[in-house]
Design a protein around this ligand. Sequence first.
Ligand SMILES: [Zn+2]
Length: 396
Amino acid sequence: MKKLLTTLLLVLLCPMFSPGWGYFGHKVITQIAVYSLPSGMQGFYFRNLNRLVQLSTAPDQRREIDTLEASRHFIDMDHFGDDPFNTVPKAWDKAVAKYSADTLRKYGTVPWVVLEVQNKLTQAFRTGDTTAILNLSADLGHYVADAYVPLHTTENYDGQLSNQQGLHALWESKLPERHIGEYKLMGKDAKYLKDPQQAIWEVLQQSYGFLGATFDLEEKVGRNFTPEQKYTFSHRFGKTRRAYSDAFADAYHKQVGGMVMFRLQLAPATVASMWLTAWQDAGRPNLEKLLKKPISKEEKEKLDEHLTAWKKNQLVPNSMLLGQLKEKPVEAPDQIKPAADMAPPPVEAAVPVATPTLPVTAPAATPEKVKEKTKTSNGKSKQKVKKAAPANDGWN
Ligand SMILES: [Zn+2]
């Protein structure tokens, strides 16, 4: 009975303490974006590094409670014909005039969401609203990172139209989680973007350009595998689920690993450039004044240590990648303190709070988000919903 009660309590408490693991790519990109910032911004962002990394997966978590959130993470460019980047107007108003807002929402709005959040962040810098700055910076980083994933630019987003289901999680989660130790993570510094709209469309166009290889190389590598070698099958709630095997993932990595690394390596500088542009457009407010405590000598040294490790590509061997660190374990019921004793989570968390694990260990599985498109009765209009599935997925 005691055991049952303990289990029940843990089940009930887990959502409150949900560690949000498995969104590995977003966490890596957000962390490195902080390293890419100029010194006038870096102290503030580094003080809040843990919080930002934690918040970087919030937009994906929102999809579970907000049906309007899903379409903010992608844009199905191939829906718009053979030359979509010259067909879809880049400005929201012009695109709405051509296709209607409903159509755009159906096929995804990520480039416009990036600009919307970037404008809100500019406003947050103007008013000095620390909470909004952190939340919006994390959101902006998430949407920019999504634009770097080729499969976020196509209707065949999971290979479901070409018998390659599971490709999404393979590309953006399984490959980086398994092979991050082989990636070069050092990248460029942030720069002011004269035209953020142009910048995000260029990112999407590059992503779109990688789609052919993403699909073709899966097919090519698959020729050397029997179905039993290529997939693993799991059964749950009467359903069989197919996922790519580790052996296939590693063989596919040999073909596309450079491309995955390239996208993961470029994204942080664009995220940081978007933050920098918002800050500069807001008149470069003094962010250190927003901190409750001034930046200490120890913090400066810690930041230098992080920057050195990043520049030498030593974040993974030095166990400094926050996405690879274990978060605090869920408290057992007998350790739970009365509500009055529990402090709210600090906005300015110390760096790092986490416990190192082995450098190349993949994060634990979290509920997978899978885009699902359903046709309505007339067979024409489609509605997209995100569905939680029991597997590991991440950069989505
Ligand atoms: Zn996303």
